[in-house]
Design a protein around this ligand. Structure first.
Ligand SMILES: [Zn+2]
Length: 137
């Protein structure tokens, strides 16, 4: 009887150790997935393209921006101040009459570009360049 109890206790201990290993392996795998997956889905760094009169005048990397970066776009009397914050961009201020670009707020995807119609300025976010982009341009 004592022998059986000992055996039983040993089995319980073994299972607990296995559980720990699985738990640690699980935590390790999850942290690995969370670290790797975002890179897999967006292999290239997102950039903001600034167009004036339909001409690309500046490309800004939106990645690795720990501190906000201010980009002034000055064209004669026309002033637009862009601000890059972690992964996104916004029109901080502008001296255009309608200020629609400022009110548009921060963008971090290509869904809706920032447009300053009076200054004919467009800021478009691209989720990085892929091979097909390189071919089509
Ligand atoms: Zn504007």
């Amino acid at each position: 009887m004592k022998n059986v109890q000992n055996h039983f206790r040993k089995a319980v201990v073994t299972i607990n150790q296995k559980h720990w290993i699985f738990l640690l392996a699980g935590i390790f795998l999850i942290s690995l997935l969370f670290g790797v997956l975002p890179r897999l889905f967006s292999p290239a760094t997102p950039v903001a393209e600034i167009y004036q009169d339909g001409v690309l005048i500046q490309t800004v990397n939106l990645d690795n921006t720990s501190a906000p970066i201010t980009i002034p776009i000055i064209h004669g009397e026309q002033e637009n101040i862009l601000e890059v914050t972690d992964g996104g961009i916004r029109m901080k201020s502008a001296n255009c009459p309608d200020k629609l670009c400022v009110h548009q707020g921060r963008i971090d995807s290509g869904a809706s570009p920032i447009v300053c119609l009076p200054h004919r300025l467009v800021v478009q976010v691209r989720d990085g360049y892929s091979a097909t982009d390189a071919i089509s341009q």
